[in-house]
Ligand binder design. Structure first.
Ligand code: SF4
Ligand code: SF4
Length: 475
């Protein structure tokens, strides 16, 4: 917004200053009661945090007779709609984790801790918990007053309602988490009928207590003291990293506006020292003191300061997303010339290609063939040569299937032991023994290639093959 478009200045900032008098920088010794105000980053935070609705709703989505996404730990299977990943395919999971980790690093190098500010479960849950607190107890000044007030019926009612709502959210969070590992409908039933498995109770207990304590009481202290990312991500910053930054040149010397005075009088810089940026900060950081480890890059101080700039008829952006280089007036370095960004991009691309390859090529059925070496071959009375094989079929689907075995090799090849289709139980390996006979005169050498193929009767596209060898006497 240009200066000409500024709304008319509200010269009386005394209300703001009066409120600012109650605000303190977070030293960890007291509960942060951050002021909630609207703005574009506030809206953005709600939108990005709402991605966690998937966490709550995901377990209820069905795929056939089971949950669409299920980490089935007892059976060591991961179901993702029609895809079943068994421990044999765990490399794909490793690639997904690598992909996510490097995305996090790449994003941090470019835009700081935006994950913390806009996506992290700790800040998202804390935001909801403090929103409830704000609705029930009122704005920060009222909340502090209530905290200090003696216990009476009104205080008990308000505090009881707040903690009840917090606990309800914690319970739903706990059940939703456990619901990714077991059938959630059954879990709710077991929960209400007190029949859940002990492991489920332990998981629920830990998650309920964890959510209640971390989001309700510890809040920003988790970001300060418990979360490893606050330290790891900090070292990834570069002078080009875009972060919420206070424009010192423009803001200083800061000073409170006297009644009737205007910033344009030129006595001070643009910062009117109202402390609103500190008051709205969920971690209690004063961004005017420079970057600090407590800053989760949420941009709420930008909303606050823009609002103040509107009041004093100055342009937005005294606090804005900017790099150190930009603030110091240095030329901008393009993303593709920043080594950390390029390395992150290369690893992300490689991991993504690996994941795509895995998803495209992952088969619902796997075949392994072991050739029996004792004896390597047997000469039959009819002059044919016989080899013995152990066939192992891994059925990764969620249904029992019947598999037919065929083989391709020297002319006149016959398989015995595979006349009927094998039953391959779901999610399991089944082993069978078969014999292959080849007329001696049809063998071109001491060892010749032999390809085994299996296909499911129920689903013709469910098939795979394995290349083995057929052995005969020395020539
Ligand atoms: S300083 Fe600003 S961006 Fe950083 S955590 Fe506080 S409000 Fe969010
Ligand atoms: S930076 Fe902006 S919000 Fe913070 S004290 Fe100065 S004028 Fe107020």
């Amino acid at each position: 917004m240009s200066d000409n478009n500024r709304p008319e200045q509200k010269t009386n900032l005394s209300e703001l200053y009066e409120e600012a008098g109650h605000w303190h920088v977070n030293t960890g010794g007291e509960t942060i009661h951050a002021k909630r105000i609207g703005g574009r980053f506030r809206r953005l935070k709600w939108m990005t945090s709402s991605i966690w609705l998937l966490f709550f709703l995901g377990p209820y989505v069905r795929w056939g007779e089971r949950q669409a996404i299920l980490y089935d730990i007892p059976n060591r299977q991961f179901h993702f709609f029609g895809l079943t990943v068994l421990p044999q395919d765990v490399w794909m999971l490793a690639l997904v984790l690598l992909f996510l980790a490097i995305v996090l690093i790449g994003v941090t190098v470019i835009a700081g801790r935006v994950f913390c500010g806009f996506f992290c479960f700790q800040t998202a849950w804390t935001d909801v918990f403090t929103w409830i607190e704000d609705k029930l107890e009122g704005p920060p000044a009222k909340r502090r007053k209530l905290d200090k007030a003696p216990w009476d019926a009104a205080k008990i009612r308000i505090k009881f309602t707040k903690h009840l709502l917090w606990l309800l959210i914690a319970v739903v969070t706990g059940v939703s988490f456990a619901g990714w590992f077991t059938d959630i409908y059954q879990l709710w039933y077991d929960f209400f009928t007190i029949q859940a498995h002990p492991a489920a109770w332990v998981t629920l207990g830990l998650f309920i207590a964890g959510t209640y304590i971390l989001a309700g009481f510890m809040r920003e202290q988790v970001c300060f003291w418990l979360c490893p990312y606050s330290r790891i991500q900090g070292v990834m910053y570069e002078p080009e990293t875009i972060l919420p930054t206070y424009d010192v040149k423009r803001g200083e010397p800061r000073g409170r506006l006297k009644k009737g005075a205007s910033v344009e009088d030129g006595e001070f810089g643009d910062c009117v020292d109202c402390n609103l940026c500190v008051a709205v900060c969920p971690t209690g950081v004063d961004i005017r003191n420079g970057q600090q480890e407590g800053c989760i890059t949420c941009g709420l101080c930008i909303d606050a300061c823009d609002r103040v700039m509107d009041k004093v008829n100055r342009p937005h952006g005294l606090i804005r997303y900017a790099s150190l280089d930009e603030i110091e007036g240095k030329p901008k370095i393009p993303l593709f010339k920043r080594p950390k960004v390029l390395v992150s991009l290369a690893i992300i691309s490689a991991a993504l290609l690996g994941i795509i390859y895995g998803v495209v090529n992952i088969s619902g059925i796997e075949l392994k063939v072991l050739h029996d070496r004792q004896p390597l071959f047997v000469l039959q009375s009819d002059g044919s040569i016989q080899n013995r094989y152990e066939i192992k079929v891994l059925n990764k689907t969620s249904q029992d299937i019947h598999v037919e075995l065929t083989a391709e090799g020297p002319a006149g090849l016959k398989i015995t032991g595979a006349e009927k289709a094998f039953v391959a139980p779901k999610g399991n390996i089944s082993a069978y023994t078969v014999f292959v006979r080849v007329p001696k005169e049809n063998l071109a050498g001491e060892r010749v290639p032999l390809i085994f193929r299996v296909s499911a009767q129920e689903q013709s596209d469910l098939n795979t093959e394995y290349e083995s060898m057929f052995f005969g006497p020395r020539r």
